[in-house]
Design a protein around this ligand. Structure first.
Ligand code: ZN
Length: 262
């Protein structure tokens, strides 16, 4: 039951993240401007804005102009909800026997709250980079500060976080210098710093390795199935954010498994 509540919360936050992603591009205010259809500009009412339900009920089309609504909206809502639920099972469910969360310690709640906050930032960075090949400082810089505040209040060592941030961003900086900005962009360097402040050491190393593994697998898939050609640009930030989410969830397990394997 609580998992269902967490899922619905994830859908609502996912719907909000869709608005954030859209308005970061159009530069509309997040607070003052009303939601409207991206093709006919008709203002959307409450019944058009229910996550997933409106999309399915309207069969993926705008109620006013019939133009297809992007699958992005549905996928972002569902992915956010799934991430929220995965985090629930990882951090909270053991404190909620028989679906009653009576005694979740405050620090565990804080762990979960920081996790869903980090996920929200990563979803925005992922989708924006996938769509526009751009990692916005407007998103990454506040995320760096917020992740530092969360992790420091959770008892992380500041030197651990900064060292991780400097190693990952330094690694990208090196590639940036060697390739004169061809392999990697400035946005990736700052995203590397964020990976460090979110994950600390050694989990940011896990994320870095995962990013290259996930990146290679997806690239080979895209080339084999002719979605992309050899040498085409790929949004590297999407691999980094994906790897960061996986490491947030399972970084420690992956590390233990790997060390055990050695
Ligand atoms: Zn419309």
């Amino acid at each position: 039951m609580i998992a269902v509540f967490v899922f619905i919360l994830g859908l609502i936050i996912g719907s909000f993240l869709n608005a954030v992603i859209h308005r970061l591009k159009t530069k509309e205010s997040l607070i003052t401007s009303r939601s409207k259809c991206v093709s006919c500009n008709h203002k959307l009412g409450a019944r058009d804005l229910i996550p997933v339900v409106s999309f399915l009920f309207l069969k993926g089309k705008c109620r006013y102009c019939n133009v297809k609504i992007s699958w992005q909206y549905l996928l972002v809502e569902l992915s956010t909800a799934i991430l929220f639920v995965l985090g629930y099972f990882l951090y909270l469910s053991s404190y909620c026997p028989l679906n009653i969360c009576s005694e979740i310690p405050l620090n565990i709640l804080l762990v979960y709250f920081s996790y869903i906050t980090f996920c929200s930032f990563l979803v925005v960075i992922f989708v924006y980079d996938l769509k526009h090949y751009l990692i916005l400082d407007k998103v990454v810089v506040p995320a760096i500060f917020i992740s530092l505040i969360f992790n420091l209040s959770l008892g992380f060592n500041i030197f651990n976080l900064l060292l991780a941030a400097l190693i990952v961003s330094g690694f990208f900086m090196l590639q940036f210098i060697i390739s004169k900005g061809k392999w990697i962009g400035g946005g990736d360097i700052r995203l590397g710093f964020l990976m460090g402040t979110m994950l600390g050491w050694p989990n940011s190393l896990v994320a870095l390795l995962l990013a290259y593994i996930v990146g290679s697998v997806i690239s080979i898939f895209l080339i084999v199935f002719k979605f992309k050609k050899w040498g085409d640009q790929l949004p590297f930030g999407t691999f980094l954010t994906l790897a960061t989410v996986i490491s947030l969830l399972y970084g420690t397990q992956i590390l233990n498994w790997y060390l055990g394997y050695l």
